[in-house]
Design a protein around this ligand. Structure first.
Ligand code: FES
Length: 251
């Protein structure tokens, strides 16, 4: 049952509006107001605005439970998931903007899919096997501990919050950012992936990879899944540095 009881707060939403497909559209903010109800999430608030005040308002939601990663937006300047943000945790004035870095579709909706697909293609984010396919091959086993570490990296929901919060990603279009480097680390850890350190060196040792990070770590601060991004960076740097030293000794 929908809770119609009110909290007594009148919320003011200042929402970015712009349709890049419409030559007459100008970027601006539009104000909407509504009465807060208990346990109101930003998803509920935006839905109510769209249903009752402006059916043309664009924003993305699918799962409404912090799983699909589609509802990332700037909430009072901070990248976060709107579906898991309660209005009771926000002041009465809420400013909503689309995530930067990604291509704007309209209003609060951005195209994270293209960015993530390009990142996956650049890093070849799939298991690389060097042996020819053997239909009789036995299942390869790994320890529970290692599977758990790999699973940590796989918890990324590709919401783009870490990319939007990253100072480098905001000025350097090719920077892999935390989510890309997390993906790389996940495959580096996986013993089924036969790429060696030399292969990885080409992918992540440039200024667009792990050495492009300037260490502000806003990514870790805003990650809604609390991925261990500090550990990811440390692991990648340690491993690539080791590979570089080995290469130097061999020359
Ligand atoms: S709607 Fe799926 S993460 Fe928010």
């Amino acid at each position: 049952m929908i809770d119609t009881e009110k909290t007594g707060r009148r919320l003011r939403f200042e929402i970015f509006r712009f349709n890049p497909e419409d030559p007459d559209s100008e970027p601006h903010t539009q104000v909407f107001e509504l009465d807060e109800v208990p346990y109101m999430s930003l998803y509920l608030a935006l839905n109510q605005i769209r249903e009752q005040q402006d059916p043309g308002l664009q924003f993305d939601f699918a799962c409404r439970s912090a799983v699909c990663g589609s509802c990332g937006m700037l909430v009072n300047g901070r990248p976060t998931l709107a579906c898991r943000t309660l209005t009771s945790d926000l002041p009465e004035t809420v400013r909503l903007y689309p995530l930067p870095v990604f291509k704007l579709i309209g209003d609060l909706s951005v195209d994270t899919g293209t960015w993530f697909r390009e990142m996956a293609e650049r890093t070849e984010a799939w298991i690389h096997e060097r042996l020819p396919f053997d239909p009789n091959a036995r299942e390869e086993r790994m320890s529970n501990e290692l599977a758990q570490v790999i699973y940590e990296g796989d918890r990324c929901i590709e919401c783009g919050c870490c990319v939007a919060a990253c100072g480098v990603a905001n000025i350097e279009a090719d920077f892999l950012a935390a989510t890309g480097l997390n993906r790389v680390a996940r495959f580096m850890l996986d013993p089924r992936d036969r790429r060696d350190d030399g292969d990885w060196f080409e992918v992540v040792s440039t200024e667009h990879g792990v050495f492009g990070c300037i260490g502000m770590m806003a990514c870790a601060d805003v990650c809604p899944k609390k991925l261990p991004l500090l550990d990811v960076y440390a692991y990648l740097r340690r491993r690539l540095l080791g590979a570089a030293l080995l290469k130097q000794t061999a020359e």
